[in-house]
Design a protein around this ligand. Structure first.
Ligand SMILES: Nc1nc2c(ncn2[C@@H]2O[C@H](COP(=O)(O)OP(=O)(O)OP(=O)(O)O)[C@@H](O)[C@H]2O)c(=O)[nH]1
Ligand SMILES: [Mg+2]
Length: 345
């Protein structure tokens, strides 16, 4: 009997305590909202700004004291020299820096109400106006749409192809990856991993097989199977090795035997950490091949992202995508406005 009374007593106490706790918590939540919930959350920099943090630091971080100055009188000769130094150190390149600064000075003279930031933003954006930004989905009406991906060793070609395959698949396209790099040990299996991961079809030859033959087989198979997009992963090569550049031309000639207007796109992948040095290489590729676009990778780990301005203005080619990390989603169609916003704030 005593035990029953004790148990009932304990249960009663527990219920009362529980109710009090519940009421207390609820009251706290409903009647006294926390000050954090009432204030607007701090504005986070966009994901792109975060990924471009180092370049942002090297440009915005060092230019911020000048960016709000208005009109030509707002900046002294010494200021302009400092601005020039910042742009050169951010790998914008000598010619492009002069072009930007001269145009900016002219603009500030005629538009006294404008600040340096707006002017730099406008003149930078004008460097990118020769063709539509980005690529995904655009023009892919020919089947198969053949994209040849070229560039120096380690630029990020194979990884970029994997990311592209994922994005094309996600937009409902069928994809075939052609492992034309039969030269480097491990290159075929590296691409095969991406094919398996993304569910793309895969064509290759033996290690050391003729790259032209693999390109031929890839495009022929894609046409026979009604595949939407073919991505050809070519072997990395130095722009100075003329025999290897000839090999690329040969690959393209062979592809034309199957589809005369292919490759529809030839994208040069540039390692963004090389900064200004990449412009010379890119020009050599441009001399040898009909490049239709540029992809700049590894912008997440470098302060040299300003080189994109030099690449765009000197090569006069559209930047199709930028790589801002190693995982599949870290390839984004290039959009000049967002890029400039991300580095100029
Ligand atoms: N951080 C970062 N790393 C990248 C990016 N793109 C590629 N990488 C890395 O760069 C390295 C080289 O990439 P690959 O795709 O093998 O380069 P590749 O041009 O195919 O190289 P080769 O076939 O030897 O000519 C790998 O470790 C990639 O993970 C990027 O946007 N950001
Ligand atoms: Mg590769």
């Amino acid at each position: 009997m005593d035990i029953v009374v004790i148990i009932i007593g304990l249960l009663g106490t527990a219920i009362l305590l529980g109710a009090a706790l519940f009421w207390g918590l609820n009251r706290k939540r409903t009647t006294t909202p926390s000050p954090i919930a009432e204030t607007t959350p701090p504005k986070l920099p966009s994901l792109l700004s975060q990924r471009l943090e180092k370049t942002r630091g090297s440009i915005l971080g060092r230019l911020s004291q000048f960016l709000n100055r208005e009109g030509a009188d707002g900046l002294s000769l010494e200021d302009w020299n400092q601005i020039e130094e910042v742009l050169l150190e951010a790998d914008v390149g000598y010619g492009t820096t002069q072009l930007l600064l001269n145009t900016a000075k002219d603009q500030l003279k005629t538009h006294k109400e404008l600040g340096l930031k707006e002017v730099l933003r406008q003149v930078s954006e004008n460097l990118f106006t020769f063709e539509k930004d980005g690529f995904l989905g655009e023009g892919v009406d020919k089947k198969p749409w053949v994209i040849s991906v070229v560039g120096i060793n380690g630029a990020g070609k194979t990884t970029t192809i994997g990311k592209l395959a994922q994005q094309f698949k996600a937009s409902g396209k069928t994809v075939l990856l052609g492992a034309v790099d039969t030269f480097r040990a491990g290159a075929i299996s590296q691409l095969k991993v991406w094919a398996d991961r993304t569910g793309a079809q895969f064509i290759t030859g033996r290690e050391g097989a003729d790259p032209g033959a693999v390109a031929f087989d890839s495009v022929t198979a894609a046409r026979a199977r009604g595949v939407d997009v073919v991505l050809l992963d070519t072997a990395g090569r130095l722009h100075t090795k003329s025999n290897l550049m000839e090999e690329l031309k040969k690959i393209h000639r062979v592809v034309k035997k199957v589809i005369p207007e292919a490759p529809h796109e030839t994208w040069l992948v540039i390692d963004g950490t090389l900064g200004q040095n990449s412009v010379v290489q890119a020009k050599e590729f441009q001399k040898a091949l009909d490049l239709t676009g540029i992809i700049v990778t590894k912008l997440d780990g470098t302060a040299k992202g300003g080189a994109i301005l030099a690449i765009a203005s000197e090569l006069k080619l559209p930047i199709r995508y930028i790589g801002v990390g190693e995982s599949v989603e870290d390839l984004t169609p290039f959009e000049s406005k967002s890029f400039i916003d991300a580095i100029l704030g």
